[in-house]
Ligand binder design. Structure first.
Ligand code: 13P
Length: 287
């Protein structure tokens, strides 16, 4: 069922667990994530970056693939199809294409401009019943060529954006996309608690879920995080399993070159990673 992320995230916040957002890149990725969510009876959010949307031939193709898969695979758990780190233009394109959830990342704009653009999208999403994620304090690391420094958000600015009526808020708390460097000081729980104090009950979003130690994930959930984004970790699992298949020479045996065989270990590896995360986040059985 393709739904907005609002209800699943409010339930997660109240129940003290988090729903995973797993980014998709192609059919195998999408199928692996949807099947795992169904098997574990977990709500799930499919994240699509603008780069991945372009790679998959545009947002309409993505919507068609996801809706078709939900029907053909008999997926009955709540699924949100969510634009990840959208620009203002990208957000409008995804609203038109039929996404059920949007992230507008205005964190690199001066706060006033972030407020203006977020407000316009709050109105557009409200009319259609879509959920909207906003961001304050850029998340570090590189995503689609955009490099942030891993800032800590200003809790007062978080409140300004939260009060606009967004569904959920991503606040930078020292988190980074991709692998964490050796000398990473960890999440700033001080910032998270201060943001929570200002924004009240709004579900908070933790980006850069790859490589955050389990105890930090659990603590973040206890402090109001209800959505955790994971991207790189599925890519790394897929890559390791595919590498192993080829290094073992399996692509050279029989019909091992068949893409349905060649991509199968990577597909299974994504399923295992998604399962591990859903168990850690506590969303199993919560559909
Ligand atoms: P990772 O790639 O670090 O898991 O981050 C994913 C993310 O936050 C997508 O918005």
């Amino acid at each position: 069922m393709l739904v907005s992320a609002k209800e699943m995230l409010n339930k997660a916040r109240e129940g003290k667990y988090a729903v995973g957002q797993f980014n998709i890149n192609n059919l195998e990725w999408t199928k692996a994530i949807l099947l795992t969510a169904q098997e574990l009876s977990s709500p799930v959010i499919l994240g699509v970056s603008e780069g991945a949307g372009k790679y998959m031939c545009g947002y309409k193709t993505v919507v068609g693939m996801v809706k078709g898969m939900i029907e053909e695979l008999g997926i009955t758990v709540p699924v949100a199809l969510h634009l990840d780190h959208g620009t203002f233009e990208g957000a409008k394109a995804c609203i038109n294409a039929g996404f059920s959830s949007i992230m507008f990342d205005g964190s690199h704009y001066p706060i006033q401009e972030n407020i203006e653009k977020t407000t316009a999208l709050v109105n557009a999403c409200d009319v259609l019943g879509l959920s909207l994620e906003a961001e304050v304090g850029a998340i570090g690391g590189e995503e689609d060529g955009v490099i942030g420094a891993g800032e800590c958000a200003d809790p007062n600015e978080c409140k300004m954006i939260a009060d606009l009526g967004v569904t959920m808020l991503a606040a930078g708390i020292g988190n980074i996309h991709g692998k964490y460097p050796e000398n990473w000081p960890g999440l700033s729980f001080e910032t998270l608690a201060a943001v929570k104090e200002k924004v009240g009950d709004m579900p908070l979003v933790l980006h850069g879920g790859t490589g955050i130690p389990e105890d930090m994930i659990k603590k973040a959930i206890s402090l109001g995080v209800a959505k955790i984004n994971v991207n790189t970790e599925c890519q790394l699992s897929f890559q390791a399993a595919t590498r192993k298949y080829i290094e073992e020479g399996k692509d050279l045996q029989g019909k091992g070159f068949d893409p349905r065989k060649l991509l199968a270990p990577g597909f299974e590896a994504i399923k295992a990673t998604v399962k591990e995360k859903m168990e850690l986040f506590g969303s199993v059985g919560k559909a």
